[in-house]
Design a protein around this ligand. Structure first.
Ligand code: RP5
Length: 175
């Protein structure tokens, strides 16, 4: 229904520019860090549980429609035999950032090794493991969007300066 029809002002729902995909809802406890970071920068995202192994058709449908829905890049996180980012990257030329999730006996090394050695021609920008990886995936997403979005660029520069100031403060606080 139109805003006029309702006789009230409704804030427009922001168009998601980033997708956060997780192979399982059990990954969300880590990837919520990416969601929080995108929110900090005011970047709208959509989050989905879609698995390369358990829901391959649904994943394919989602990825093939991603660009038409206005998404600019996808963050994909999974643990174990973590093929999610690679399978996503195989089906779109949108940038794909991978985050390895720690799970089971191999503590994330398995996921990392499943993501990094992609065949030449189908890149995944794998940023790391766990919460730090999730945060960096979101920060890298903001940086990529910031190339064409001066407000995001400026926000990132401010973020970096404040981060440096905080760390310099810690340096002075040591006994
Ligand atoms: C992967 O297997 C998921 O990404 C998750 O990290 C891991 C375990 O999944 P669940 O068994 O917890 O659903 O596919």
């Amino acid at each position: 229904m139109s805003q006029e029809g309702r006789g009230e002002v409704v804030a427009p729902i922001a168009q998601p520019r980033v997708a956060i995909l997780v192979g399982s809802s059990s990954d969300w406890g880590v990837m919520v860090e990416a969601a929080k970071t995108l929110k900090e920068f005011g970047v709208a995202y959509e989050a989905r549980v879609l698995s390369a192994h358990r829901t391959p058709e649904a994943l394919r449908d989602y990825v093939l429609g991603a660009r038409d829905r206005g998404l600019k890049l996808l963050i994909a996180a999974a643990g174990g035999a973590a093929h999610l980012p690679g399978v996503v990257a195989a089906q779109t030329v949108l940038p794909v950032l991978g985050v390895a999730i720690e799970s089971g006996a191999f503590r994330g090394v398995d996921a990392l090794l499943a993501m990094v050695p992609m065949p030449a021609g189908v890149p995944v920008g794998c940023v790391g493991v766990g919460r730090a990886g999730a945060r960096n995936a979101a920060l890298l997403a903001v940086a990529i969007l910031g190339v064409e979005d001066p407000k995001l660029w400026e926000a990132l520069e401010i973020f970096r300066k404040e981060q440096s100031k905080r760390v310099l403060g810690q340096d002075l606080e040591l006994p």
